[in-house]
Structure formats: C-alpha cells, structure tokens
Design a binder for this molecule. Structure first.
Ligand SMILES: C[S@@+](CC[C@H](N)C(=O)[O-])C[C@H]1O[C@@H](n2cnc3c(N)ncnc32)[C@H](O)[C@@H]1O
Length: 315
C-alpha cells in the first residue's frame, strides 16, 4: 500500500531518504555563495539585525544592477514595508507595490514609518494564493526597465505562489519584463507539494513525489537556529536518536533539505531564462534565514557582476 505522505516515514525509509538527500545535495544543490559582510565583534540588537538585512538586500539589487528609477519594484509579504522603504530611500526603483495579506503600518496610509515621508507605494492587501496575474499587472505600473520582485522571509508556499504569479504576470507575455527575482527564503516546513516549483528538479535527483517532499519539508525544521545548539533542541535530539545520527548531523540534514528545496525553486527560474544563484546575504548570526535566491533575466545582464561574492558551500 502506498505511504500516506502526511505521516512520518518509518526508520528504514527515513534512512534511505537521508542517503538520497546527501547524494542529491552533493551532486546537484546549487552552492550557497557568501556575500555576507563581516560583523562587528559584539552582540547586535534586534533592530540592528533587521536593518542589516534590509541594507544587504538593497545592496544586492545595486550590485546586480537592478536598482534604478526606471524599474518597478514589487515586494511580496512586505509586512510594514520597511524593506521597500529602504529601497525607496536608495532610489532602487521608480514605482513600488507592496503586497501582504495583513495590512500593517504601510497599509493604513501608504507612507508610514520613520523617514518614509513621500514613500507612497501601491498597497495590495491580499493573499498571494488568491491574486490573479491580471490583477497584479493592473496594480503595478510597469517601469521601462521592467519589474523586480522582492521578498524577505515570505513563508513557505507563499514564496512559490508569488514566483509563479510574477512569471505569469510579466515573464510569459514578454520575457525580460520580469527583470529579476530576489527572495530570502524561510519557513520551508510551510511549503506545499501542490505549489512547490521544483518538482522536476527533485525528480531528477531521485527524490520523487509527495512522500519524499513531505519528509524533507518536516526535516527542514531541524536546520540550525541562531543561539540554539542542536543538542539543546528537543525536535533535533528526538529525530537524531530515531535515525541514529548525531544532533549536528541531524541539523545538517535539515540545512541540506532547505538548500535542495531552494535549488528547485532557483532552477525553475533558470529554465525560464534567468541567471540564478543562491547567496548567503548576511552573517548567520544576523538571521538563520540568510539564504537568498537571486534570479536575473538574461536581457538585463550586460557583463560580469557580483565579482565580490566568495564561492562557498554552507553545508
Ligand atoms: C516573516 S514575515 C516577513 C515580513 C517582512 N518581509 C520582513 O522581512 O519584516 C512574513 C510576511 O508575509 C506575509 N504573508 C505570509 N503568507 C502570505 C500570503 N500567502 N500572502 C500574502 N502575504 C503573506 C505575512 O503576513 C507577513 O507579513
């Protein structure tokens, strides 16, 4: 009888999947390149950590030559729109649209936030799973240089849905209109098989179907967290003991699952003609969710960029 994907795998099936994950990770996962700036040797306040993340994302747009008043910028899962506001201050785009299912500071006036006077993004209070490409096209006046899509910690399946929506809205009618996608990933346990964009990549790695995907999704929760050693986390200790591996090995398995899932998303965009990479944009001590998928459409690439990025795998 086929395994019900909503249930954990048996120990034997888990060990077999673990071996296939290790093999897929070393053979096919995109390396995570380091672009993280060095940190000062002291503890960072929460606001400081958030500011570092925003600054580094805007710096990435500049480095990839996708910061210009000729562009439109759409941020999915924007929260209070602090990131878009930072991009606006840096003149990284000429038009802004922020999308979130919950209205926060920005939704109430469109220009909330310290130092944001004059920042008037188009605000869409909507769940990305319910948005239609046409609605998005109507809401976002296209920049002559195209549209850049941004997200920072947009949870699980909402990221896949936002990428698909953006491709449908801009890329399908006119490749190049979607100039780039920059997505810092998180909450991989909230991904869903139905929305996940990397199914064909998983299949090519021998990780096939909802059963493997569901277990990988659950294992992503074991990936290392800031200030929380693996051996002090009940979930990691439990699963490490079930699999007969060390707590650090279990945490590393969680990271590998995350990187494989993110590689599938990046390669989906690569197949559409985007140049892709995965980059660690800030130090792990700033946030454990520090991997960004970068996809720049070839029509916007006119020479080498990002030559300050050091090639380095995290795992
Ligand atoms: C972890 S918060 C990140 C907020 C902001 N990007 C930041 O970095 O501070 C995730 C945000 O995504 C929004 N979100 C999650 N799922 C969504 C969905 N399906 N559609 C629209 N927004 C969503 C949440 O409301 C929340 O504001």
């Amino acid at each position: 009888m086929p395994h019900d994907s909503s249930l954990p795998l048996s120990r034997a099936a888990s060990l077999s999947l673990m071996r296939r994950i290790h093999a897929a990770h070393s053979a096919a996962a995109l390396p995570v390149l380091s672009a993280a700036a060095p940190l000062p040797p002291r503890a960072l306040a929460d606001e400081e950590r958030l500011a570092l993340q925003r600054e580094s994302i805007v710096e990435t747009l500049r480095r990839e030559r996708l910061a210009s008043p000729r562009l439109s910028l759409v941020e999915f899962g924007a929260g209070d729109a602090s990131l878009s506001r930072e991009a606006w201050r840096a003149a990284a785009a000429g038009r802004f649209c922020v999308v979130d299912r919950k209205l926060r500071a920005v939704g109430e006036g469109g220009e909330g936030g310290e130092g944001g006077e004059g920042f008037r993004p188009r605000v869409l209070c909507a769940d990305v799973s319910e948005l239609e490409a046409e609605e998005l096209c109507d809401a976002v006046e296209p920049g002559e240089g195209g549209t850049v899509v941004l997200s920072n910690h947009l949870c699980g399946r909402a990221l896949d849905e936002s990428i698909l929506l953006s491709v449908d809205a801009w890329h399908r009618s006119s490749p190049g209109k979607l100039a780039g996608v920059f997505a810092v990933t998180c909450c991989h346990d909230g991904c869903s098989w139905r929305s996940y964009l990397g199914k064909s990549f998983l299949k090519s790695c021998g990780l096939d179907g909802a059963v493997d995907f569901e277990q990988m999704r659950r294992w992503t929760k074991m990936a290392p967290r800031r200030n929380a050693p693996a051996e002090g986390r009940a979930r990691v200790v439990r699963e490490a003991s079930r699999l007969g591996i060390s707590c650090n090995a279990a945490a590393q398995l969680g990271s590998q699952c995350r990187e494989i899932l993110d590689t599938g998303r990046a390669l989906y965009l690569q197949a559409l003609g985007f140049e892709v990479r995965m980059v660690q944009h800030v130090d792990f001590r700033v946030t454990a969710d520090c991997v960004m998928i970068q996809a720049v459409h070839r029509s916007h690439i006119d020479g080498p960029s990002s030559n300050d990025i050091v090639h380095q795998s995290q795992a």
